[in-house]
Structures are given as C-alpha cells and as structure tokens.
Ligand binder design. Structure first.
Ligand SMILES: [Zn+2]
Length: 108
C-alpha cells in the first residue's frame, strides 16, 4: 500500500526521495528511519481502528459468500461452522478492536 506520497531530502545527495525508502535511489546511501513524532502522530488514528474495520469487512465478505447469500455458487461445500461461529466471531473481534482503538485514541 502506497498511501504516502510525501518526500524528504536525502542527507547525502540532496535529492528528494520518498519517506518510506531506507536507501536513496540516487546515491544508494542508507537513509535513517524518520518517525513523525509529536502532535501529528498523536492526532493520527491508531492502527487498531483500521485493522478492526478491515477484520469486520473481511468477516462480512466471508459471511456473505459462505452463507450462500451471493448468486455465485462456490465450487466446494463450506463447513457451516464458518458461517455460524467464525465469521461472527471475526466481526465481533474487529468491532472490539475498533472500540478499543477509538477509546485509547480519545483518551490522550
Ligand atoms: Zn542520495
């Protein structure tokens, strides 16, 4: 996933390189890891929320296909345990992760 288009200047040659690179593409010098500290990082939503939402989405997709709600027929039978227990459990754990991330985010 490339969602960071921001650039920074290389310490060695002065060219602009993407922030997530660990090696300069121009002069091949190793670049120090830069972590954005302070309020900008604190204001960012914690990764728990993003991961929780992803888990909920995945659970929804699994439930949709394994539960037979889609018009598409799966080429192999799905164990009903997945539909009855696993996908709701994944959904609830994702929800819990979102709630946890939200409250730890709002606290500070
Ligand atoms: Zn360089």
């Amino acid at each position: 996933m490339v969602d960071r288009a921001s650039l920074r200047q290389c310490l060695h040659c002065g060219r602009l390189v993407p922030v997530d690179r660990v090696q300069c593409p121009n002069c091949r010098e190793a670049l120090p890891e830069v972590r954005v500290a302070g309020r900008a990082a604190a204001a960012e939503r914690p990764s728990e929320i993003r991961r929780g939402l992803l888990a909920m989405l995945l659970a929804g997709v699994v439930h949709y296909f394994s539960g037979g709600y889609s018009a598409m027929n799966l080429p192999y039978p799905i164990n009903p345990v997945i539909t009855v227990y696993l996908s709701p459990m994944l959904f609830l754990s994702g929800l819990g992760l979102v709630v946890y991330g939200f409250f730890t985010w709002k606290k500070d």
